[in-house]
Every structure is written in C-alpha cells, then in structure tokens.
Design a protein around this ligand. Structure first.
Ligand code: BYC
Length: 475
C-alpha cells in the first residue's frame, strides 16, 4: 500500500515528492485555495478547535484519524484508492483493454469537462453552507457540518490534482476557475443548477445532504467505473467520505421527524409550530423542493452526451462491473417516463441514450429507502401520515418535464392549477420565514434546539454531550 507522507505540505499517496513540477504547481495553488477557504468557507469558527476526522490512508480498516483541528489547518490531502492490478475497461468500445493511466488524446476535452463539472460542485456546496454555523442546533451538528465542509474541500483537491497532473496548462486554468466561480453569483455562477440555490437554514442543509450529496454518490460511483484509472481511483476513495455526508442528511431529517412526532403526541395536535416544531407538511414541501432540484442534476432523460461518455469508456453505470449484460448497450432498450398529453406514460428508448435516466432510477430507489425509514418513525408514533418522494416530473428545470407543470403525484396540470396549488407543494415565503425563525444557535454541549431530537449516539464513540467544537464563551 502506498505510504501517506504527512511530512509534506500536501499529504498524499501519489508520490508527489517525486514529481517536482506537479508538486510546485499544487503548492502554488494551495495558498489560493486557502484564500478561498478563508473568504468562502465557514463564516466564523476558523480559529476554533473542531473534532474532525482526517483521511490518513486509504486502508478501508482504518483510513481516518479523529482529533482537534482548526479548519484552516486541516490536512487536505490527495488520496487515490489502491490500484487494481491488471484493471481493464469494463464497458464501451474499449471494453477489455487495459485501463488508461494517462488521458487518451481523443477524450481530453470530454474528460476534462466531466472532471471540472464534478470539481465545481465541491467548493459550491461549501459556499452554500457558509453561514449555517452561526445558527447550529447543537455542537454535535456544528461539528458535522464542518466535517462535511472540509471533506468537500478535499474533494475539490482530488479533482484539482487530476487537472494538474493530467491536463497541463488547460488543467491549471480550470483549477483556477474552480476558485473563481461562486455559488449563486449572476456573473460567474457554479456550473450546475442546484449548486446555485441557497441553503438558508438547517432543514435545507439536511435535505441537501440527503438528496444532493446522494446525487454525488451516484455520479461518483459512475465515474469510479471510468476507464481513466486515476479518475476511477480518486472517486472510489471520495465515496468512502461521502457516506458520512448522506448519514448527516438522513439522520438529521430523521431527528427532525422524531421531534415533530414527539411534539404531536405530547400536545395532541398537528399544529406543532405552536410548540416550536417543524410540521410534517412543511417537511414534505422542503423534501419536494430538494428532491426535484437534485433530480435535475442527472441531466436529460435522453442524452447523447451520456451515450458518448459511456461508449468512450469515460463514465459507466452505477455498479457497472456487477451487471451481466454486454456492457455495450448498442441493442438494448430502457423504459423511461415521458409526458403524453396530460398524462405520463412509459416509452422504450435506446438504453445507451437513456443512461442519465437509468442512474436517476437507481438514485430514486435509494432515496425511497431513506423516506421509508422516516415513515417508520412516523408510524411508530401512531401518526397517520406518510412522506413521499415527488413524481420525477415535478418542478423540473432540465429534461422532458422542464417545460411542463407536474403535480407531486405525477399529473400534468395547467398553469392555473399550478399557480393555485404550488404553495401546497413547495415552501412558501411564510414557511421559510417560520423555519428561519427557529434557527437560533444552541452551543451548550449535549443541548439541542427544540425542533430536532438528539442523535442516538455521538461521533467516533464519543458521548452525545461531548464538546465537539471548542468555543470561547463569546461564540
Ligand atoms: N444544470 O446531455 P445533458 C456532488 C447541461 S453532485 C445546468 O442532459 P449530460 C456533490 C449539460 O451540461 C455530483 N446545466 O447532460 C453533491 C449539457 O450542456 P451542453 C456532480 C445542466 O451532459 C453535494 C446540456 O445541459 N457530478 O458531487 O448528459 C455536495 C444537455 O445536458 C444540468 C457530476 O455531475 C444542470 N443540472 O449530464 C458536493 C458528474 N444538467 O453539453 C458535491 C459529472 C445538464 O449542451 N457530470 N446540463 O453544453 C456529468 O456527468 C454530466 O455533466 C451531468 C449532465 C450528469 C451533470
């Protein structure tokens, strides 16, 4: 196993010290990254000790080390999963040939674009979340958001490494661009829609981690199948870290559901707002919003881009190597949902063109498993309500449904019905103002805001009341 060198300025398992040019280029990028972190990373708390995990190896048995760290001193490193000896390309027209260690000239532009699109999401999410520390519902949650943020920073490093190591001057320019764009900026926005939305409160943050980070899981898993081996290896290790981010989302929403149910039972009412809780219909609206913007991240249902990525061996399907078909998909078809008058019907399309939709299907099934767990909590409290994923056509801005109005239960509706009902389906300014009104910080160890239940256990075996972030009395 390649050793991780922690004496270096940039910890890595890619033998950076042996490539002086690359090392110098990354060492020049590093201070600009740190400037970006200071400007656009978490607002406040930069001088505080946070109980963070740091990747120290790629050994599945013990890759993380937990300790007190000030965020700007976090050791953002470059880690690629161990190479698989003799790995060959698993799909597309190069199937069966050895995986590429260098970028094939013919795919240079396409591959760069995929890496830049992936890389762009990482700093974007940090920017979106930068104000949330100020309103944390507990020290435990404060630590979790910072953990997510520093690891998204590391994922930016992962993509920047690939750009610097394999794309020469163009790659270096793209790496600069990743620090220049800003989430929500009208002149230089982030590339994908969801990463220009605001994450104004903690309910949105948990929803983002559940829905949008899960898109990350599926996109990274598809890129982990890539014939370009350095991309595959870097994505494989990123997925290890990503799991915690989705846990933060699923458990966070689960704890809000839990608290809401407790308040409903205790006060024998659905109107938990009077008792400082977030009512389930409001949660459903937030869920509808975050699910729909995350569904857009998979691109159009029918995509020649996706077909070309696949045929070229650049981006596979989720769990490509576990599938038993021909991995070429020239003849296969795939069933996708398409609008048909005022209904939605299924249509068979060439599987190669429908790869985005297939990945979206895998994603939706995974989301449903989380929703089922929240519903089990609601049921346990004897409450007759279920949370539901909205129909895939609801509130979409990309693909077949983008020009249509679709209800959460999948009816194509008129603009008039949409206007009349949209406040039942998406958060209203009043809902947002109510959720915002709950966002007052709770920083006493072991205490939690009144709208969220405590977690069942702490981080890394520490108790829930552990001082996860060391604040001075004033912060
Ligand atoms: N917003 O052929 P189409 C994560 C563009 S999240 C804006 O349907 P394609 C994370 C598209 O670029 C994972 N534009 O799309 C999560 C194309 O433009 P051109 C991020 C969009 O290319 C939380 C045109 O529309 N990773 O890691 O098949 C925290 C036609 O598009 C959008 C990746 O995305 C959109 N939503 O698929 C932190 C993986 N969708 O060619 C991190 C890399 C499409 O006409 N990216 N367009 O100029 C990809 O695989 C693909 O680019 C996409 C789009 C799946 C995103």
């Amino acid at each position: 196993m390649a050793r991780v060198d922690y004496t270096e300025r940039i910890p890595n398992n890619v033998s950076l010290a042996e490539n002086r040019r690359l090392l110098r280029a990354l060492e020049e990028w590093q201070p600009r990254y740190l400037d970006w972190w200071q400007q656009m990373g978490p607002d406040g708390f930069q001088a505080k000790d946070v109980y963070l995990r740091t990747a120290i190896s790629v050994d599945p048995q013990g890759w993380a080390h937990f300790d007190w760290v000030k965020m700007p001193e976090y050791r953002w490193g470059i880690f690629l999963a161990e190479p698989e000896p003799g790995r060959s390309i698993a799909f597309g027209e190069h199937k069966g040939t050895p995986a590429w260690q260098e970028v094939p000239g013919e795919y240079r532009g396409t591959l760069r674009r995929l890496i830049v699109t992936q890389g762009d999401t990482e700093p974007a999410s940090v920017e979106q979340q930068r104000h949330l520390g100020r309103t944390c519902p507990s020290l435990y949650d404060l630590r979790n958001i910072f953990q997510v943020n520093v690891e998204e920073g590391r994922h930016l490093w992962a993509m920047v490494y690939l750009l610097h190591a394999h794309f020469g001057r163009d790659g270096r320019e793209e790496a600069e661009g990743l620090l220049q764009r800003r989430s929500g900026d009208s002149d230089k926005p982030r590339i994908l829609g969801a990463f220009n939305e605001k994450t104004p409160d903690w309910l949105s943050f948990f929803m983002f981690c559940f829905f949008t980070d899960r898109d990350g899981k599926y996109q990274l898993a598809s890129l982990a199948e890539s014939g370009f081996d350095p991309l595959s290896r870097t994505c494989r290790f990123m997925l290890t870290e990503e799991a915690h981010h989705m846990f933060v989302g699923e458990a966070g929403i689960g704890r809000v559901v839990q608290k809401t149910c407790e308040l409903m039972r205790e006060h024998r009412t659905d109107d938990v707002r009077r008792h400082g809780g977030i009512d389930l219909p409001t949660m459903q609206k937030y869920l509808n919003f975050h699910c729909s913007v995350s569904l857009d991240l998979f691109g159009s249902e029918i995509s020649t881009n996706a077909a070309n990525f696949y045929t070229a061996g650049l981006k596979g399907r989720f769990e490509e190597t576990k599938k038993t078909d021909d991995h070429l998909l020239k003849e296969a078809t795939y069933s996708i949902a398409v609008p048909d008058g005022d209904a939605v019907k299924m249509a068979e399309e060439p599987a190669l063109l429908a790869l985005n939709e297939r990945l979206r299907d895998d994603y939706i099934a995974d989301c449903q498993r989380g929703v089922d767990r929240w519903n089990a909590t609601i049921k346990r409290h004897g409450i007759d309500l279920v949370l539901r994923l909205p129909h895939r056509g609801f509130h979409r801005a990309i693909g077949n449904f983008a020009e249509l109005r679709v209800s959460p239960d999948g009816r194509i509706v008129s603009q008039a019905e949409w206007d009349a009902r949209k406040h039942d389906w998406l958060p209203t300014p009043e809902d947002e103002a109510y959720v915002a009104s709950l966002m007052t910080p709770v920083v006493e160890p072991g205490k939690f805001a009144g709208w969220i239940a405590p977690p069942t256990r702490g981080i890394n075996g520490q108790p829930v009341e552990f001082q996860y972030v060391k604040l001075t009395p004033r912060e």
